[in-house]
Write a protein that binds this ligand. Structure first.
Ligand code: B12
Length: 305
């Protein structure tokens, strides 16, 4: 079962739209957990994804809901969550629970050796992208929950997230700078500090041979413009992690849309969906998002500058 936040992430439908569609069309009905919060099963996620596909394809939500109720969805547009959902496809990595528990208890005790050892274990479980999506980020989510419940002190949370930052930065450097074509600028808008997802994404696209200018956290809008200008960037990727980051991210997207170089503007991260007109949403997972940007920049490269 998935929370509404996770359901929104997995289906690409923002939480507000999920609630509105439920109220208006009642095509699926989430269950409630003991605390009364909405929870979604795999079947509901498939229905929501199909509705999103239909709407993306130009159907009105009313027509999409009717087609779902009447079973008249064109097969090509019906979503199959077993193929689409990262939660379903990224099976739990063997051994991952042990490393997660180790990481969390080491963070609670501010035990740097334990944190490093658990990261060694976690990163040994698979490819960079798979580990990040299937182990590291779910583990960081658990770290945030532990902090929010008061089980892990801010000092432990900072110690642990800094250790993760160092790992990701090392992976970014190790990916080398084999540049292919024009630059892609990656960063966060002004006021946003959560840059681990952006750094992992920048690493993943660097691993695919793209030329990356990584700006990191808290970048003012004028500096986004300066970065695009100085590198003649063809694409800019904004990481938007919390709802509070959206206004500043929207401002960056709008300003870049007016930039003389007309870079492709994309957004990713838990609060990045449907940021502004013309902004491309990247998929949820770091690996899939990197593949998508790779494809989009290939398309751009085949067009005249
Ligand atoms: C580490 C951390 C910090 C660190 C950040 C260090 C750093 N360099 O990033 C520090 C200590 C600085 C921090 C600060 C704060 N934090 Co904080 N933080 C976290 C924590 C534990 C992990 C964040 C993280 O990196 N998660 C991993 C992400 C990347 O995983 P994900 O969201 O599942 O992302 C998936 C996809 O979206 C994709 N993805 C992610 N990013 C990107 C980017 C691109 C481009 C693409 C394509 C894909 C992509 O990858 C993942 C799939 O594998 C989270 C807990 C959590 N639930 O995430 C809290 C959390 C995000 N923080 C929170 C809060 C409240 C804060 C503070 C306000 C605390 C405070 N009072 O100061 C400040 C805000 C700072 C700011 N102005 O931005 C809340 C946010 C609540 C909300 N509003 O939604 C959380 C959820 C904790 C909680 N449970 O309450 N935080």
């Amino acid at each position: 079962m998935y929370t509404i936040k996770r359901a929104a992430q997995l289906t690409g439908v923002p939480e507000t739209s999920l609630r509105a569609w439920e109220r208006r069309y009642a095509v699926w009905a989430p269950q409630r957990n003991e605390s009364g919060y909405r929870v979604y099963d795999q079947e509901s996620l498939a229905v929501i994804s199909t509705m999103r596909r239909l709407v993306d394809d130009g159907w009105s939500p009313t027509a999409a809901a009717d087609a779902l109720r009447n079973g008249t969805v064109p097969p090509a547009l019906a979503a199959r969550m077993d193929e689409e959902s990262p939660a379903a496809s990224s099976t739990t990595l063997p051994g991952s629970t042990t490393y997660t528990e180790r990481f969390l208890s080491a963070a609670a005790q501010m035990d740097t050796t334990g944190i490093e050892e658990s990261l060694d274990g976690g990163f040994s479980l698979g490819s960079f992208e798979h580990v990040v999506d299937a182990w590291l980020f779910p583990t960081l989510e658990a770290l945030g929950d532990g902090w929010a419940r008061g089980e892990i002190d801010v000092a432990g949370e900072h110690t642990a997230s800094h250790a993760v930052h160092r790992r990701l930065a090392a992976a970014f450097d190790a990916a080398g700078s084999r540049s292919r074509g024009p630059a892609v600028v990656v960063g966060l808008p002004s006021g946003s500090q959560h840059d681990l997802g952006a750094l992992a994404f920048a690493t993943a696209i660097r691993r695919r041979g793209l030329h990356v200018l990584y700006l990191g956290a808290d970048v003012p809008v004028s500096s986004w413009e300066a970065a695009v200008t100085s590198h003649a960037a063809r694409a800019a990727v904004l990481a938007v992690v919390t709802p509070q980051d959206r206004p500043a991210a929207t401002t960056v997207a709008e300003r870049l849309a007016e930039h003389e170089l007309s870079p492709l503007v994309c957004s990713g991260g838990a609060s990045g969906a449907s940021l502004a007109a013309g902004v491309r949403d990247l998929p949820w997972g770091i690996g899939e998002a990197a593949d998508e940007l790779d494809r989009l920049t290939d398309e751009l490269a085949s067009q005249p500058a």
